[in-house]
Design a protein around this ligand. Structure first.
Ligand SMILES: [Zn+2]
Length: 83
């Protein structure tokens, strides 16, 4: 488990882990992996979004995380309908 900076969501007050994508953008992750996660967290603290075609295989290998943007109850404007 990499050491990541913890943060608190300004919208809902939840704890988050700040990771960085390969392109250098900050990405807040939920603190626990999720069964529906799609983000691979590397040991160096960077993360990458797993392409949907590879999700199933990756989930069998390693825990995947969700972006807090995807789960935040305060981010209603960004919420996508569930199928
Ligand atoms: Zn939030």
């Amino acid at each position: 488990m990499p050491e990541l900076r913890e943060g608190t969501c300004a919208s809902c007050g939840a704890k988050m882990l700040w990771s960085t994508t390969k392109s250098g953008r900050s990405m807040p992750l939920d603190t626990e992996p999720a069964a529906t996660g799609n983000i691979l967290l590397h040991p160096d603290g960077t993360c990458e979004v797993v392409p949907s075609a590879e999700l199933e295989a990756k989930r069998n290998e390693t825990p995947l995380y969700l972006s807090h943007f995807a789960t935040c109850p305060g981010a209603a404007s960004h919420r996508k309908p569930k199928e």
